[in-house]
Design a binder for this molecule. Sequence first.
Ligand code: CA
Ligand code: CA
Ligand code: CA
Ligand code: CA
Ligand code: CA
Length: 348
Amino acid sequence: MKFQIGFLGLIISAMLSVACVRDGAARNENAAPVQDVVAAVETDPVNTKGDSADDATLWVHASDPSLSLVIGTDKKSGLAVYDLSGNEIQFVRDGQMNNVDHRDGFPLAGKNVSLVTASNRSNNTIAIYKIDADTRRLENVAAAPVKTIDAYGSCMYKSKAGKFYYIVTSKQGVVEQYELFEDGKGVSAKRVRQFKVGSQLEGCVADDELGYLYVGEEDVGIWKYSAEPDAELLKTKVDTVGPGGNLVADVEGLTIAYESDGKGYLIASSQGNSTFAVYKREGANDYVKSFRIVRGEKIDEVTETDGIHVTTANLGPLFPKGVFIAQDGLDDKGRQNFKLVRWDLIVQ
Ligand code: CA
Ligand code: CA
Ligand code: CA
Ligand code: CA
Ligand code: CA
């Protein structure tokens, strides 16, 4: 990727980095300037006032990608389903859903279905839905409530062996992993591991192909583990909050852009400076760059983002190489919403 900056741009970026240091938001000294992109679509606002929208995932419709769905949390009341133009087409008022994720191909009642899970903070259970591909609606398929630790963030992992997992993180710094299975009445879950990471956690994402789990420790940085529940518990640090790193607390949402041959990108929401850090998916997750979503002609800028999601699937003319979704902490019209950015603006 190319950064075309002239002399004026260099002066501005030098001024910005001075301003950032004064704010205590130190950035990597050798870092490239932050790239600016604009959103193409914003969703309807969430149903609740205040800090309510949090995390999103995107389900790709198998035969007509323009019918794909954005599923976003309203962490005070439930889950919203939006079309690719941002119109809300369903709201499931099932509790304080904090984070959401989904995986395709779960065997249920003799069919392969797309499974959506969310961390329900109302009762610390796993919210489980299937997506009805015909009606494009969520349908509750949880067999019975499964209690977890004090739920906060969550994500899913589908292993190469075809097992499906729900992973939940807590404010107490603990991760739990549950295997999801059909039990006759619907989808149930059994805990397969629990481990302590450190201080407050939230965002997480699993790399299904490479078998890794990334966890955000909000004030500290991003950790990488094996996503396999019986693997040895080793962790490596991908990036650090504060001086020497590219993140400003809190580390919030994490997401993975899949490209072929195990390549692609890991992206993190650096909430404290309203930027997104991009890392290589492969190898040692080298830092690539940071970007932010600035005000466009019709859509306002994105700040203080919690959850993010990316897909590299072709979703039609609006998003030919995929889409990056970010929760916006402050929408210009009032209640919070989600912004959708062409992925090819961020990575060519
Ligand atoms: Ca927030
Ligand atoms: Ca948080
Ligand atoms: Ca959050
Ligand atoms: Ca905004
Ligand atoms: Ca707006």
